[in-house]
Design a protein around this ligand. Structure first.
Ligand SMILES: Nc1ncnc2c1ncn2[C@@H]1O[C@H](COP(=O)(O)OP(=O)(O)O)[C@@H](O)[C@H]1O
Ligand SMILES: Nc1ccn([C@H]2C[C@H](O)[C@@H](COP(=O)(O)OP(=O)(O)O)O2)c(=O)n1
Length: 242
């Protein structure tokens, strides 16, 4: 696959949204690494704020308490796809934010408008002049609606649960339990952001594709967009869904 000039890619914004376990992080990192773009994991930022709230014993059943502290933690996100970094008040929390307590609490924190406003402003600051792949739930719809390339990445519940479970070494529970937890979180998250393709987004269904195939597909969409080709991708997909 031939690449467009570095100049064409240098300002592109690529928005990748989708449900939990669809492959957003792996695919976004792979595409960014291949095309020499920066990478931003917005879910990690919501997790980082949640980690801080848990550490500081904020009552997460009280949206008012979450809102009152929404601006307090200092969050920094690295944008190197080879080494994504995230800190809260200077502490490296890359591993801690993946723990079950954070995963169980993050949806409640992400639902609070003051948290969202604060993180969306930070995300737009990091996106800056572009040259970045940004992944989350509301990137194409809210954070960067003018993104040149928008992808809604999905996969069957079964595939997502299997992949998440394998990731945990299969040692933390059954596929059925992982699937139930994943479905529950998607359901709560969908009250905050519709888990659906934004207007103009290409739907990529990764159920039957290897990670490498998904990266190839998404990189192809990005290159097409960078070349300024008329977007032929719409929410019906570009012949990519199966
Ligand atoms: N197409 C794929 N085929 C097989 N495994 C995949 C594929 N895409 C992602 N994975 C694996 O599935 C798991 C979840 O992917 P991840 O990128 O963390 O998803 P998300 O960021 O959407 O939650 C990871 O272990 C990842 O390696
Ligand atoms: N742009 C975003 C990104 C994530 N979130 C919320 C929704 C998710 O439950 C949490 C964590 O997101 P994350 O992408 O890390 O979750 P998964 O890796 O897909 O399980 O944050 C959000 O509300 N908006």
């Amino acid at each position: 696959m031939s690449l467009p000039s570095p100049h064409a890619l240098s300002r592109i914004v690529v928005a990748i949204d989708g449900p939990s376990g669809s492959g957003k992080s792996s695919v976004s990192r792979g595409v960014a690494a291949r095309l020499g773009l920066r990478y931003l994991d917005t879910g990690a930022q919501y997790r980082a704020v949640t980690y801080w709230m848990l550490q500081n014993k904020v009552d997460l059943a009280d949206p008012g308490a979450i809102a009152a502290d929404a601006g307090v933690p200092a969050i920094t996100s690295g944008t190197d796809p080879a080494a994504p970094a995230i800190t809260v008040d200077g502490e490296d929390v890359a591993a801690a934010i993946r723990e079950a307590d954070v995963t169980g609490a993050v949806s409640a924190v992400a639902a609070v408008p003051e948290v969202r406003a604060r993180l969306i402003a930070l995300q737009r600051e990091i996106i800056g002049a572009g040259g970045i792949v940004v992944e989350g739930r509301d990137i194409a719809s809210v954070v960067a609606p003018d993104a040149a390339a928008k992808i809604f990445l999905t996969a069957s519940e079964e595939a997502r649960a299997h992949r998440r479970n394998t990731e945990n070494g299969g040692g933390t529970g059954t596929v059925a339990a992982t699937r139930e937890a994943l479905t529950r979180r998607d359901s709560v998250d969908s009250r905050t952001n519709a888990l659906a393709a934004a207007p103009g987004a290409a739907v990529v269904d990764a159920t039957e594709l290897t990670l490498e195939q998904v990266i190839d597909t998404v990189a192809g969409i990005v290159i097409h967009a960078a070349e300024g080709a008329a977007p032929d991708a719409d929410s019906q997909g570009v012949g990519l869904t199966r």
